[in-house]
Design a protein around this ligand. Structure first.
Ligand code: MRU
Length: 356
């Protein structure tokens, strides 16, 4: 998708260096950053210079490529893979990508390993672009149904950033929106600000603006009243881990939005590539929920009057704060899962019909 009219992806490989868009600087600064070592990749994931489940997975895949360039040694590669998996706990795409790479690299000799690793990382990246495109085409049908009935602008609410910045291109939750817009369907997006890191305001609104899609940022607690007033036609969110039961882990606050949607009879869709499905965990209570530094809540960054980025404390100095990054939305609140293979019920039967 585009920034300032120029087509970009979120990650690419050039001259033995991995290039990323530093998402901690958006929307105020557009900086392309070089990742030269596996440590750089781990750091980029931890500090959220790259974030969003599919992009974290792709960064980890390229992280292993960097690890081989640095030191072509099996035990270093193994340690790198463990450190990458441990860099963030909730998004399953991270482990999925590392396991897939390590499987491909097992038993490969030192002369061939770099070429094979690079090829597989590129396949993971291209596959995600294709998955996200198909998610868009499948989700588009839902938007088309709504527009046929409503014959007016379709208002879609989304939470966090499950846009192209969270993937490689297209996004998951945003892909149906981009496809609808390209088909000339009138859409407007309610963007949850998504405290504490404001991925909605800083990233989703930013990328929608760059594609010319009308959107309005709202405080996280605003969705409920908009739904009661009939100003939301559907919700589409992303997910960091979807269980075979159809339960989904996503950015903190997703669950409350799903409850409000249920109470107001508003369809609540979750968009995901199959790389986000965790077939192993059966009970959502076993999903590791990331707890991040409380400073992400107590401090906020923005431009001062001289256009300089400043970080300031916004809470009482003596207050304690807690920063859980994800919550779980049980399947019963999910109208459907929009995947690359089609839209299915959020259930074991629904997912198995498409993927097993
Ligand atoms: O903490 P983040 O910014 O990595 O969280 C991102 C989300 O919660 C997204 O909704 C999810 O990763 C899906 S991305 C297509």
């Amino acid at each position: 998708m585009h920034i300032n009219g120029k087509a970009y992806r979120t990650i690419w490989f050039e001259n033995n260096i991995v290039k990323i868009i530093d998402q901690t600087k958006l929307p105020h600064q557009f900086i392309i950053k070089d990742l030269k070592t596996v440590k750089d990749s781990i750091n980029a994931i931890k500090t959220m210079e790259v974030r969003g489940a599919p992009l974290i997975g792709a960064t980890a895949a390229y992280g292993l490529v960097l690890s081989i360039i640095e030191k072509n040694d099996q035990s270093f590669l193994k340690k790198s893979s463990e450190n990458l998996i441990n860099s963030r706990p909730t998004a399953i795409n991270l482990k999925w990508a590392v396991d897939r790479m390590m499987k491909k690299l097992s038993g490969v000799n030192n002369n061939e390993i770099l070429g094979i690793a690079l090829k597989e990382a590129k396949v993971i990246v291209e596959e995600d672009v294709g998955f996200c495109k198909n998610i868009g085409l499948n989700g588009l049908k839902i938007i088309e149904e709504i527009t046929k009935k409503k014959k007016d602008t379709v208002n879609i609410l989304t939470h966090c950033n499950a846009g192209w910045l969270a993937t490689i291109d297209w996004g998951t939750a945003t892909s149906p929106i981009y496809h609808a817009h390209q088909k000339g369907i009138k859409v407007h997006v309610w963007v949850d600000e998504t405290r504490p890191r404001n991925q909605g305001a800083n990233l989703t609104s930013y990328e929608l603006n760059e594609e010319g899609i009308p959107n309005t940022i709202i405080a996280d607690n605003t969705g409920g009243i908009l739904m009661q007033r009939g100003q939301v036609d559907m919700c589409i969110v992303g997910t960091d881990r979807t269980l075979s039961t159809g339960d989904v882990a996503n950015k903190i606050g997703t669950y409350l939005k799903a409850l409000a949607a249920k109470d107001n009879n508003i369809p609540f869709y979750v968009a995901l590539p199959s790389s986000t499905i965790d077939w192993s965990i059966k009970d959502f209570k076993d999903i590791p929920i990331e707890e991040r530094d409380a400073k992400e809540l107590t401090h906020i960054e923005g431009l001062d009057k001289d256009n300089k980025l400043q970080k300031i404390l916004i809470y009482p100095q003596k207050s304690k704060a807690m920063n859980l990054a994800f919550d779980i939305t049980p399947a019963k609140y999910v109208t459907g899962l929009i995947t690359e293979k089609g839209v299915c019920e959020a259930s074991k039967e629904g997912l198995e019909k498409l993927f097993k």
